[in-house]
Each structure stands twice: as structure tokens, then as C-alpha cells.
Design a protein around this ligand. Sequence first.
Ligand code: PSU
Ligand code: MN
Length: 303
Amino acid sequence: MIDIQYSAEVRAAKDAGQPIVALESTIITHGMPYPQNIKVAAQVEQDIRDAGAVPATMAVIDGKLHVGLEPDQLKALGLAQGVAKVSRADMAACMSTGGTGATTVAATMIAAHFAGIEVFATGGIGGVHQGAETSFDISADLHELGQTPVTVVAAGAKAILDLAKTLEVLETLGVPVIAHGQDAFPAFWSAKSPYDAPLRMDSAEAIAKAHATRRALGLPGGQLVANPIPAADQIPAEELAPIITSAQADADAHRITGKAVTPYLLQRIFEKTEGRSLIANIALVRNNARLAAGIAKALTNGA
Ligand code: PSU
Ligand code: MN
């Protein structure tokens, strides 16, 4: 009944059994400003191709689930105003009403699993927000990681989130959190947070093998691979801390709630860093795309 619209490239890769990496689209519509969003979306796709895999950017367009976008569709999504942000809760409604929406990490995982794609690259995942003890704001991304078997490569989580609580929830949900090449859990714009990740692996092959072992055990849920931003591109945590505090205060003052919180904070931080946050964001997404391609290749090679 669900009629997936594959891009020509993803369709050919599926037929040939080539490695495929899923990409989300909320990062394009709500995570980065126009016009950089369009350039970055195309660049990240090309990074995956250069690393020997095929990119599959997900979105819902006119009610249809797209797995892989043609270049003109990718551009149109980045240009469009007021595109819906579609997560687990809204995905089916968006499709059944013929709507158009960009997929979050949670919705992209659902789409990837549905299409038989096991590896996904993004920037940062949603998590437990600061003040969650009163707001109860915990991203659906965490529950998705607990139930959908996709390995997600991200640069940790942003300091707009409460990292300690985010790690606790992931542990409760049984999600393996694997730092790549270091012990510390990365903090998005900074390579290291004060917290160690529960697991560490130093190669794409090891991560692929862990994924395949979970699959063989029949475990529901995915893995979170926390890949640090390259050192040359990071912004020191102490420099960002006051900016994040003031962005959070703005969000509280304007009574921003629900799914509007994350896009609002990202935009305020972009403004307050005069665009530096975006430069770091681009570097880490590209770095994650390359690692995800390596994991997808290792899985295809029988990890
Ligand atoms: N974190 C980022 N950049 C993003 C997002 C999160 O650093 O673009 C987006 C992702 O699509 C993620 C979503 O899945 O925000 C989480 O939103 P929420 O916190 O409302 O669950
Ligand atoms: Mn939320």
C-alpha cells in the first residue's frame, strides 16, 4: 500500500546491492539557513558518493515517501517556505493527507528501515532538553533509536541539550552509544564533552560488525555512533556556553514549545555566532557522511 518513490540512483543501487546511506531533510529545511542549506545538502550527497556509497535523502512530497531525491527535488525542498517538520508522530498523517514534510532523525530512521537501508548520517540528534524536568521536552529521536534498527552517525548532541540526561535516557532505552576514535562523547561543535561515551570503536568495520551482531540477535533498536567534529573545525565549548544560555533564555521568553524549540535555538545560535556555528555544522555533517559510507560499505562486504 505504501508506494515508495525511489530516486533513480537509489533504485539502481538497491538493484545492484550497493551500499546506501540515508540522509534526513529537516536539517535542510529547519537546521540550516537558505541558501547554504541547498549547497550543503548537495555537497553531503557528493561526499557519500566520493566515499563509495549512494545517498538517499528522505522526505514526504505530496503525500509520497521519497527515498532519495532527484537534484531538482532537493533544491525545491531547500527553497520552500513553511515546510512541515515530520517526526514519528506526524509522518503517517502527512502522507495520508497528501502533505509535504521534511523528515527528522526519527522519521528518517522509519523511512530507512522501511526501504531496507541500515546506515544513516546526520549532524546532531535530538535529545533531552535543558529543563526537561519541568518541560518534559525529550526528542522522539531517542525512542526511535530504542526501537528501529538503523545505525545513526551524528556528532553527539548539541549543548542546547542536557547531555548527561540524554546519555541516561539512551542507556535506559538500550541504545549502544559508540564514540568513534575517542573515549569522550562529542558535543557537536566541540570534539569532546565532559562525559565519556559508554562504548568506543575505532573503525567503520568494527561499527558495522556490532550492527550486524545486533541484527543477528534480533534486537530491536539502532546504534548511535558519536563521531567527533574534526579538531580544526571545532568551536570551544566555553565560547559557546553563554551563547546557548542566552538563546535558551530567548526561547523561554518567547514561550517557544514543542517541535519549534530545536529550530528556534539553532537559528538564534547561528545569529549570535555570526554564522560560525554553521561553518562547524557543515564540517561535522560531511565528516559523518564519510564515516557512514564506510560503515555501509563494510556491511555490504559482509561485516
Ligand atoms: N539537532 C541539530 N540539527 C538539526 C536537528 C537537531 O543539531 O537539524 C533536527 C533533526 O532533524 C532532529 C530534530 O531529528 O531536529 C529534533 O527535533 P526535536 O528536538 O523537536 O525532536
Ligand atoms: Mn522536543
